[in-house]
Design a protein around this ligand. Sequence first.
Ligand code: SF4
Ligand code: SF4
Length: 93
Amino acid sequence: MSQNRQPVPDIIKTIDSEEVLGMETVKKRVRKKAYVGQNACVACGCCVKVCPIGAIRIEKGVWAQVDMEKCVGCGRCAAECPASVITIREAAV
Ligand code: SF4
Ligand code: SF4
């Protein structure tokens, strides 16, 4: 094995998918995030209690709001939501 092998840069390790746009192949980072169907949210707060990193809160006492910067897409909130209004989807970041 070569002794001159370079470490893989972190940016390469985090690329999860690629898509072809015209003649170019664009590599993009994709992460899972929680999305709340706010019209159907009953503001019960169950999702808030189970989020391990405090990435979801009740906004104005009316609906749940996800902080996309914090959310790691673990799905705990979606599993607990009694109204089934949270979906975990991939999002380009
Ligand atoms: S998917 Fe996980 S990290 Fe994101 S809001 Fe739900 S419980 Fe929190
Ligand atoms: S658990 Fe579901 S219904 Fe309850 S606040 Fe969260 S998103 Fe809304």
